[in-house]
Design a protein around this ligand. Structure first.
Ligand SMILES: Nc1ncnc2c1ncn2[C@@H]1O[C@H](COP(=O)(O)OP(=O)(O)O)[C@@H](O)[C@H]1O
Ligand SMILES: [Mg+2]
Length: 325
């Protein structure tokens, strides 16, 4: 309240979870041989290494159910990504990066090579991507931080906590009865609480295991509920807004194929600490890989802006290459 000047106090509490997860991820990458494949390890560090490709049966059709028919550059990007262990997709706003990402995830899921981890630095970006993946018909679960469970989102019906509740309610399970008891009494006895937590964890595990795709924020992918999960295929949307340690959180769970989507011509990660920014934290993994000479796949047809609005960014930031769809 801005009109109140006394009678209250504000306490800033340092919550280290995000930073702890970043640090663990960097350490895992450094010491754990199974965090990523050897090939990715060298590539991510910028070592000189003989290029490798992934042998896959390419789909006959690249456009997928529930999403727009792809344009030529999107199709070329999807095809290339499927064969590469590491890909960068770059495109100005509205060029279908998220549509292309969801399309890629669909094809990866159809390879049946295990669950796919899909992340983005912000909750909004994760929600948008989750919705698009859902519209292809894949089974997708969005895992949100416990502290965000009360915040409603457009994809609540795909959120793990909602699914757990729904499943309990439909089956009128013991979990449901304990939840009712907890809601009416405010708390449970120690034994009941223990049982409640156990049942909830089991239900979460089952739902997560049954998903084709798991969506979370980069930091959220370090959630203890995903601790035992391994992901060979990882896609990071809006990856140019994530700090490098943040991007490593989803990558070090056994990645074999990584897809980074973003636009280094837009704002990078926001770092408040000047010292950290100057030391390199402001440079995203995407940007560093570009500096190392990895060429991004480009999307150049934008669908979001009226052509008279797109002219300015096209000429100012993209050498006039942005076309209108
Ligand atoms: N090939 C396409 N044909 C028609 N519409 C498209 C195509 N690709 C993307 N779009 C539309 O363009 C808009 C922006 O797409 P989005 O994936 O959100 O772009 P970005 O992530 O690059 O900002 C969306 O409304 C999307 O449905
Ligand atoms: Mg997008």
């Amino acid at each position: 309240p801005v009109d109140q000047s006394y009678g209250f106090s504000v306490e800033f509490v340092w919550k280290s979870t995000s930073f702890d997860r970043m640090q663990i991820a960097m350490k895992t990458f450094a010491v754990d041989d199974y965090s990523v494949t050897g090939y990715l390890y060298h590539l991510l560090l910028g070592h000189d290494i003989e290029p490798q490709t992934i042998r896959v049966d390419l789909p006959r059709k690249f456009s997928v159910p529930g999403l727009p028919e792809l344009n030529q550059s999107q199709m070329t990007a999807v095809r290339s990504v499927l064969e590469q262990p590491l890909s960068l997709i770059q495109g100005p706003p509205g060029t279908g990066k998220t549509v292309t990402s969801a399309t890629i995830v669909y094809h990866l899921a159809k390879q049946n090579a295990g669950q796919i981890l899909v992340v983005a630095p912000s909750n909004i970006a994760v929600d948008q991507l989750t919705a698009k993946i859902h519209s292809t018909g894949l089974k997708v679960v969005r895992i949100a931080a416990k502290s965000r469970e009360a915040v409603s989102s457009s994809v609540d019906f795909l959120s793990l906590h909602t699914l757990v509740q729904q499943l309990a309610k439909e089956s009128k399970s013991e979990l449901f009865k304990l939840q009712m008891l907890k809601d009416s009494q405010g708390e449970l006895s120690t034994t009941d609480e223990k049982r409640f937590k156990h049942l909830k964890r089991a239900s979460e595990k089952e739902l997560l295991q049954n998903a084709d795709v798991i969506c979370a924020t980069c930091v959220g992918s370090g959630d203890p509920r995903l601790e035992r999960f391994r992901f060979k295929q990882v896609l990071i949307d809006e990856s140019t807004q994530a700090t490098e340690p943040e991007s490593f959180i989803p990558i070090v769970r056994g990645a074999k194929q990584v897809i980074l989507v973003g636009d280094h011509c837009q704002l990078g990660p926001v770092i408040m600490c000047k010292k950290a920014a100057n030391a390199g934290l402001q440079r995203s993994l995407f940007e560093r890989l570009i500096m190392l000479g990895i060429r991004p796949l480009r999307l150049q047809v934008q669908y979001r802006m009226h052509p008279c609005l797109s002219e300015f960014p096209s000429n100012t930031f993209y050498e006039g290459s942005l076309q209108n769809g």
